[in-house]
Design a binder for this molecule. Structure first.
Ligand SMILES: [Zn+2]
Length: 394
């Protein structure tokens, strides 16, 4: 990703001052207006259960999925693709690959986006996305660039989250299938039941030379174009609304949440889009509750991760081709970028275990609340005391 070009500093400062004050004041008022779906706030007890649920948290930064991803992942390298594929196959998610050949400054390259959907028949979805490629450098030692924050860690967080969510999603699916119906009062469970989660892992995010509109985000540009021209079948519920132009796959995306440059100690996450300010607030609230309950470790000298103001301008990244086609975006990216950005130092040593765990837990709370899922004690690790209680009172 890249920072978009900005005007000279004095001009920028003036624009910033004129712009920021009203924005800060406006944010709270507009949240409800743009929130078009119910959000199921979990109790502190639920949050505790969810934190203790399987899969367990990593004990070191190179354990688990992350350990498999902390290698150079430059284009046409299929080892990581095969690993990701094996994780989702095991979980039973629907897999779609979109291989294509793209023209780059170093010649034609084969790219493949990886797309995983829990329930491909669901009419709506939230997309959680990151890029799995690492930046290509022609010469040693730069060609050993790993990109731990960019974006091995975000991809690993997504894999861990998918493992965590799968049993909860299956449980709800089974309950609805068996006719047990809606459980929660004052909550639109039908809405969440028709919303699935889709994981999109983009290839070719990085530029081969300098970041330009044609040398960057190869996978995202291809996929946004492909989905725009893929129309929905006549049986799809969106077709009943007689939209013009006819609805395409892009219309089934409620929100696209893009993770990038995460996993190091310092994160600063801003909202960039008015219509998803409310999602930013929900993620911030998840982090606040986890901190309040002592369920995340906040490192010494660590500042808050979620900024209150909305930033204008944005950052060039995989969301752009979707944003330009009207998709609602929540861009979760550290700004300023990690100090190690695009250097060889962006390896395992750039990552922080407490930060990775904190992200993991934030994403669990956020996803469960968005999808209306309640953490189940069935997949929570039980302590001895709990087991004694279960046996004594059942
Ligand atoms: Zn990068």
């Amino acid at each position: 990703m890249t920072r978009l070009r900005t005007p000279s500093f004095p001009l920028l400062l003036l624009a910033l001052l004129l712009y920021l004050l009203p924005v800060i004041a406006r944010r709270e008022d507009e949240e409800s207006k743009y929130q078009k779906r119910d959000f199921h706030t979990l109790s502190n007890e639920d949050i505790r259960t969810l934190v203790e649920s399987e899969p367990p948290q990593w004990n070191s930064v190179d354990e688990g999925h992350l350990g498999k991803l902390l290698i150079p992942r430059a284009c046409e390298f299929t080892l990581v693709q095969n690993y990701i594929s094996s994780v989702f196959t095991k979980l039973g998610w629907h897999e779609e690959k979109t291989p294509f050949r793209g023209a780059t400054p170093i010649g034609d390259i084969n790219f493949t986006n990886l797309i995983y959907t829990f329930d491909p028949s669901a009419p709506r979805k939230i997309i959680l996305a990151a890029h799995f490629d690492s930046k290509w450098f022609p010469d040693f030692p730069a060609n050993q660039f790993i990109g731990a924050t960019d974006s091995a860690a975000p991809v690993a967080m997504i894999l861990d989250l998918a493992e965590f969510l799968t049993p909860l999603l299956e449980k709800r699916k089974e309950r609805i299938r068996s006719g047990q119906g809606i459980l929660k009062k004052d909550f639109d469970e039908e809405e969440v039941a028709e919303t699935t989660i889709q994981i999109v892992l983009f290839d070719g995010e990085e530029a081969f030379k300098d970041w330009t509109s044609t040398d960057s985000i190869y996978g995202a540009r291809h996929l946004a174009e492909l989905w725009q021209s893929t129309y929905l079948p006549s049986s799809h519920p969106l077709n009943k609304r007689r939209l013009s132009p006819p609805p395409s796959v892009l219309n089934t995306i409620d929100h696209l949440v893009l993770l990038d440059l995460l996993g190091n100690k310092h994160s600063m996450i801003y909202s960039y889009f008015r219509e998803t300010d409310w999602l930013h607030s929900k993620m911030k609230f998840a982090d606040e509750r986890l901190q309040h309950e002592g369920l995340v470790e906040v490192e010494k000298n660590e500042k808050e991760w979620f900024g209150d103001m909305r930033m204008r301008g944005g950052i060039g990244d995989d969301h752009l081709p979707f944003l330009h086609r009207g998709v609602s975006i929540f861009h979760v990216i550290s700004n300023p970028f990690p100090k190690v950005w695009h250097t060889l130092a962006d390896d395992a040593s750039a990552l922080s275990l407490p930060a990775l765990r904190r992200w993991n837990r934030i994403l669990r709370v956020f996803s469960c609340e968005y999808l209306g899922l309640e953490p189940s004690t069935a997949n929570a690790k039980r302590t001895n005391d709990e087991l004694v209680r279960i046996y004594l009172f059942s």
